[in-house]
Design a protein around this ligand. Structure first.
Ligand SMILES: [Zn+2]
Length: 328
């Protein structure tokens, strides 16, 4: 896992070569033909396209019809004679995840599959045969789905007596080089970015939480700790400065901020090995964040956290999450 390269799938001959699971062969490959009907039916079955559509004007059910001018070859059509929208058509993508896109549905499904297998954007661009810019947009939509998923299902780690580890890791970004810049132009200083990580030692493989933080003080980190770590957890940390004034933060020295969370002194034998190995596991993926704007970093971290939890049947899980966010 440590050497897994995001941007270069180990199987250079993919998709003709065998993938680790046969989802591609059984589910995805049959959908990637010229004829759009198999992929349309599959998307309907999985709640990613509407099964039926009602006319906005007369509210009657619209008919499914062939429509050569539509990019999908089909459309919904009002067939109610008295309706002022009689014979008007609506796209089959109405209200769906794909509604604002011109990419074919076959290519979308292929891109979703490659993303769910953690294939990098560059490799995916080659396989799906779309422009790199379009693929970057697709991957950015996928990260949005991950973000929305965790907004609706906030990450909770630990629990009564469970050890969670916290750590702040420094992630340095490459300085930006601009094309056409004079050679003597001084290189801007490397800006350190701090990522706050929380890991749950009771899960195998370790599940965690990561967030880019502007500051490493208690005012920044404690709200995250309180939101993510469940009451009764035991927190191991190597870094004390930010957390040693818990009572002060609450403004009441007799009432700790969260009395049910216990910090353990690292000098008594607590370590943060799990958080380090968790961080290392994501290191190669985190490298893809180098050069990306600070504002986008959390969306990459969210993507990693999604894969942590749903990598078994990632494709299926991701389709389910899209369907939940775009109810048909
Ligand atoms: Zn109508």
């Amino acid at each position: 896992m440590a050497d897994h390269k995001t941007d270069d799938h180990p199987d250079g001959n993919y998709p003709c070569g065998m993938m680790p699971d046969n989802t591609f062969q059984t589910d995805v490959l049959p959908l990637l033909c010229e004829n759009p009907l198999p992929v349309i039916n599959w998307l309907k079955q999985h709640g990613l396209l509407k099964h039926e559509m009602h006319c906005q004007s007369c509210h009657n059910r619209m008919n499914w019809t062939k429509h050569s001018r539509s990019k999908d070859g089909f459309a919904w059509k009002c067939q109610t004679r008295y309706c002022k929208k009689y014979k008007f058509t609506a796209t089959i993508r109405t209200g769906s995840f794909f509604s604002k896109s011109h990419v074919t549905l076959q290519k979308w499904v292929h891109a979703i599959y490659l993303w769910s297998e953690r294939v990098g954007e560059r490799t995916a661009t080659r396989h799906v045969n779309i422009s790199e810019k379009t693929m970057i947009d697709c991957y950015s939509f996928f990260r949005e789905v991950c973000s929305k998923h965790f907004q609706a299902n906030p990450i909770q780690l630990g629990g009564l007596g469970i050890i969670v580890e916290i750590e702040e890791s420094c992630f340095t970004q490459k300085p930006k080089h601009h094309r056409g810049q004079a050679p003597h132009t001084p290189v801007p200083p490397i800006s350190p970015v701090w990522v706050f990580s929380i890991t749950d030692t009771s899960t195998k493989p370790t599940t965690g939480y990561m967030e880019v933080v502007q500051s490493r003080d208690a005012a920044t980190l404690l709200p995250i700790i309180q939101a993510v770590i469940q009451p009764g957890s035991i927190i191991y940390c190597d870094e004390w400065r930010a957390y040693c004034n818990l009572q002060d933060l609450s403004g009441d020295t007799n009432k700790p901020v969260n009395s049910s969370i216990n910090f353990v002194d690292p000098h008594c034998g607590a370590h943060t090995r799990t958080v380090e190995s968790y961080w290392n596991r994501h290191k190669s993926h985190i490298k893809t964040m180098r050069g990306c704007k600070r504002d986008f970093m959390n969306s990459y971290l969210t993507e990693f956290m999604w894969h942590d939890r749903y990598s078994d049947n990632a494709f299926e899980n991701f389709c389910k999450h899209i369907a939940l966010q775009y109810p048909m």
